[in-house]
Ligand binder design. Structure first.
Ligand SMILES: [Zn+2]
Length: 260
């Protein structure tokens, strides 16, 4: 990453507050050389659910002011730049794909922050699904009689994980996440699993160990099946970096890099 600037937002931020922060951020960085004249566009990795195809934020989890907000159009008008809007996790997996190059065929980015999401890179491209709503990984059920989740179901991965984490049992929280990851591997046959997100990055080794052990032990993989598990080396920047790479991706495609 060449330059960065951070603008904290209130926990229940409005569209106007986000646009204002983006404008300030661009002006701050535009002061570096002649950056403003060379900007190709703006990438936004946003909390879902959202409609990527139409640039609409549907009902972002935990945000009261975001119902069918046409964020892409609003941002293009407000900032005077082409805007690429995508789910945060899809931006994140794009960042990982760029780092790995053309060999990054089938992979998932598991994001543990305010919720749990999954970004998918399948067959060499971002997978968004029929309604561009793929990635609601935290709302897959792991306990039929588990606690009630915000989505209305019982025993979702996200709420079971949260109960363990809030009780201070990070080892159990990591094992709950690992169960979900193994379910994904059984379903999708992934070559790479990348772990990310602020809550996970507070205990990266605990999560990495739990997921790696579960992948090796529970998935009962034959020796011709292997999945690499890693913590994202981009840290807290993975979404911002991925959103920027999505803008470049539209213009240039994924670089043909050697695997790392
Ligand atoms: Zn749920």
């Amino acid at each position: 990453m060449h330059h960065s600037t951070v603008s904290p937002l209130p926990s229940d931020f409005t569209p106007e507050q986000l646009l204002g922060a983006l404008s300030v951020g661009i002006d701050t960085m535009a002061g570096i050389g002649d950056l403003r004249t060379r900007l190709t566009g703006l990438g936004i990795g946003m909390i879902g659910p959202l409609d990527h195809a139409n640039g609409l934020v549907r009902d972002a989890h935990g945000l009261r002011h975001w119902h069918d907000v046409p964020l892409r159009e609003l941002a293009e008008k407000h900032l005077g730049l082409p805007v690429h809007l995508d789910k945060d996790v899809t931006a994140g997996i794009t960042a990982e794909a760029w780092r790995h190059g053309a060999t990054f065929g089938d992979a998932a980015l598991i994001m543990v922050e305010s919720g749990i999401g999954g970004g998918f890179w399948l067959g060499g491209t971002a997978h968004r699904g029929a309604h561009t709503n793929a990635g609601e990984f935290g709302h897959t059920v792991v306990d039929l009689t588990g606690p009630l989740c915000v989505c209305g179901r019982h025993g979702c991965l996200e709420i079971v994980h949260r109960h363990a984490a809030e009780a201070g049992d990070i080892a159990l929280a990591a094992r709950v996440l690992a169960v979900g990851v193994v379910n994904l591997l059984q379903t999708l046959d992934l070559a790479h699993v990348v772990l990310a997100g602020a809550d996970l990055l507070r205990h990266p080794q605990t999560y990495l160990a739990a997921v790696t052990e579960a992948v090796q032990a529970d998935a009962r993989r034959a020796d011709w099946l292997s999945t690499r598990v890693a913590v994202s080396s981009l840290g807290a920047d993975v979404i911002a970096a991925g959103a920027a790479m999505q803008v470049l991706d539209q213009h240039y495609g994924i670089p043909e890099l050697a695997p790392i």
